[in-house]
Design a protein around this ligand. Sequence first.
Ligand code: ADP
Ligand code: MG
Length: 570
Amino acid sequence: MGKIKSLPPEIIAKIAAGEVVERPASVVKELVENALDAGSRSVKVEVQGGGRKFIRVIDDGEGMTPEEALLSLQRYTTSKIDTLEDLFAIQTFGFRGEALSSVAAVSRLKIITRKDGQVSGVEIKMEGGTLLGSEETGCPPGTSVEVRDLFFNVPARLKFLKTVGTELSQIGEVMAKIALANPQTQFELFHEGKLLAHYPVRDDPASRIVEALGKEVAGKMYFFESRNGGVKVSGYAADPGLNRPNGRGLHLFVNRRPVRDRLLSHAVMESYRNLIPKDRYPVALLFVELPPSEVDVNVHPSKWEVKFSDSESVHRSVIRSVRGMLEKTPWLKEPPGQRGNELRESFDLYPHGEGKTSFPVSWPQAFRVESGTAAREPSSTFSFLGQIQQTYLTFSSPEGLLLVDQHAAHERILLEKLLTRFSQGALPKQPLLLPEVMDLPAEEAKIVEDHLADLARMGFEMEPSGRRTFWVKSTPEILADREPMKTLKEMIKEISSWGRDADLQRSFDPLLKMMACRGAIQAYRPMGREEAQSLLADLQNCTYPSHCPHGRPTLIKITLTELEKMFGRR
Ligand code: ADP
Ligand code: MG
């Protein structure tokens, strides 16, 4: 016999199962998606021991006949596609016909199901992929799938499972994602008999956000929607002030299927660029809908990944849509207390009505942002009260109190000005009467050689003189008397870190931010009324006035209602 032989079926089954079933949450996902594909209105999930001991999913969907149920447990049996072409027109969550057989291969499984219109149902038991028996039984219409002792026969997998708490939170997360995309179905999640999550049927997908992500987060999310050819992009993205240390706040869906997709998360991150701190992630729900022929969902058995046929246009559409909302900075207008968040009165940064947006009162319409950004008059409604610690500016208005961080605010203003000027060509520069000499280590000299044009665009005109020496002939206007040479050195360091295939447009960002920061009014600097009012007016004219380029808030509002609460008047 040669060295190559066919694997026994049990091993094939376990290898295949390993791709679909990674942990208890994968079982929950597959079973709940089956329930949805069966047209269920209500899905109940019960787990014990973080899902390792016991998972049961009960649905009120169309059910299966005894023959169908037996077939469903075999590998590659599905009712969802017939032909190869169907693979490119998938409307269901499932289509590979591997989930039930995979789960059955690595657990003790019991299915009880009754088809619509049949008088009795069937109960089928399996253990480690072997059929133990099937018998007629009385049961309600629908299907119940019970999975005990997951991985009892795959000790290697068992070892990789985390604590009960971690596995349970993964299950909770998967359920939340599915619930967010399917508001017309009720979901319940029980652990050890305790109700952990309940998602009642909702007409309005937005109400699901409160249940899935909590009141506090929901209160800070804003609607966006756009259509570009066959691609529809919609969702809710959060106030940049709400950001996370990891990407778990990003909920991405393609044709209602939850996905993990680098392209989509990149597009969302890109939309928040210069609005949240480096290394932080925004919170957002993103629904991309497009014809099934334009997206391949058959990338991996777990179906978490997709491939777009025109990924560039999807990427662009997402950025345009999310940015469109962010540019209206709706969080600067407090949402009316409609969806369970604290009742707050609106506090308008643009009180004369020519402001960025005006919100009607109902939700989610309340968060639909209407017109574009119009040029605004400085508002006289905000009158300057004074400075705190020569750092924070205070303003009063009939609606309350406004605090502004003078450095953060000025940084934001400068960055936006710099970005505009830079996109038009080069930044304004100031010639040096006496050029400065700059000696650099060999490596940095090489960098400067290679980027003379880029540096000139930033305002630093340099002329080589010898191998490691340069004449600096001009500096950026914005850095006059701000130690420009120090900034130049930092810039050269930053440029040395640019990768070969760095996205140039993006690479200049840190340089411009650096300049905005160096050029901005510092903290601990006295400021008078006139200057303060004009700083506020400039801030109001920014596209993103609420946060500095590093993601810190530029302004904080305390409404009258909040003041009244603090003083116990309410
Ligand atoms: P897939 O979902 O990819 O078709 P599965 O292994 O998950 O593969 O399920 C196999 C088949 O069993 C499905 O195509 C469907 O016909 C049937 N099925 C599974 N779960 C249910 C359910 N909860 N209700 C009704 N039919 C089901
Ligand atoms: Mg399935």
